[in-house]
Design a protein around this ligand. Structure first.
Ligand code: DGY
Length: 326
């Protein structure tokens, strides 16, 4: 019997490749160079499935040319790189990796929050530059995270894990979401549902945890930044594009808000150079889920989704169940 052929678009772990190779013929890009759209289309011409990342754009034009494709397995929970509707229209199953990265991603949001509040990257540069000459009472004053008000925009799985950690810091937690979460979850997290405007006006820390889509594009722009307290700190560890970067840079420069901790950017990896000139921002290169254990779990989850789809089973994290019915 002919084995299915699959493409793994970026470097993954050995155990992921071993698992995939037990079931199909694997072409993998262990050099980890991002494929151009043309190169990706050429490689997918004879493939039954693809395991891809947020750096791969899987759109209608690509799907049109990839006539054998049955499964697109993203190694990420976010899937704005995939045109799911176009997949469904062609009977292609699309999957993602929810759950396994919730804790690590929440940890990174917290790391950014603490680092920005206590100015960790600023002081690290200062100490490395050999400029520390002694302790002073008014040196490098930051702001307290404990007992402050945390506003979470987007109370899905990751938002809830972020909120859970706030209890240890005695924080007041506000959140907004498309709709309130179950009463039992609100009580457990001690979180209060408010409007977005109330959240922006009252929070000392605002964390964004919504997926990127046309509806969330520039959810935070100049007008929203103006609603925030001048002492507030914004954290974005979800997706670039949810924040209007140019408006944020202007707000950070002009003192509209105190600071920002950012793991994601519009047009990443190209950063708006304005960010590099600012001291009141902590920058990270989209590492929200990047711990050894979590990235391994994400890759294996994607592989299991892919194999399930190719072997006639329902992938555990199928985004478009309608595709199976085609
Ligand atoms: C995701 O899973 O969406 C992350 O951004 C990738 O680590």
């Amino acid at each position: 019997m002919m084995r299915s052929k699959i493409l793994v678009t970026r470097e993954v772990f050995d155990e992921t490749l071993d698992y995939l190779a037990q079931h199909c013929e694997v072409e993998s890009n262990q050099q980890d160079l991002s494929f151009t759209a043309v190169a990706l289309a050429q490689r997918l011409a004879d493939k039954d499935a693809v395991m891809c990342c947020l750096t791969d754009r899987i759109d209608g034009a690509l799907l049109e040319r990839s006539t054998r494709l049955k499964v697109v397995a993203n190694i990420a929970v976010g899937y704005n790189n995939i045109d799911v509707a176009a997949c469904t229209a062609r009977g292609v199953m699309a999957t993602n990796t929810p759950g396994v990265l919730d804790d690590s991603t929440a940890d990174l949001a917290w790391a950014l929050m603490l680092a920005t509040a206590r100015r960790l990257t600023e002081v690290e540069s200062y100490i490395r530059a050999g400029e520390w000459t002694g302790w002073r009472l008014k040196q490098w004053l930051g702001v307290d995270v404990h007992h402050a008000t945390l506003g979470i925009i987007g109370m899905g799985r990751i938002g809830q894990v972020i909120a859970k950690r706030a209890a240890g810091f005695d924080m007041k937690v506000l959140y907004c979401n498309r709709k309130p979460v179950a009463r039992e979850i609100e009580q457990r997290l001690n979180a209060t549902y408010v409007t977005r405007d109330e959240l922006l006006a009252q929070s000392d820390f605002v964390i964004l945890q919504v997926p990127y889509s046309a509806q969330t594009h520039h959810l935070i722009g100049a007008a929203e930044l103006k609603m925030m307290k001048p002492t507030a700190i914004l954290i974005n560890s979800t997706r670039g594009g949810v924040v209007d970067d140019a408006a944020l840079i202007a707000a950070l420069k002009g003192g509209t808000i105190r600071g920002a901790g950012l793991d994601v950017f519009e047009n990443e990896p190209k950063l708006d150079p304005g960010f590099l000139e600012l001291r009141n921002v902590v920058l990270a290169p989209h590492i929200g889920s990047s711990t050894e254990a979590t990235r391994r779990a994400m890759a294996m989850t994607a592989a299991q989704n892919l194999i399930a789809g190719l072997t006639g089973r329902t992938p555990p994290n199928l985004l478009n169940p309608e595709a199976r019915k085609q």
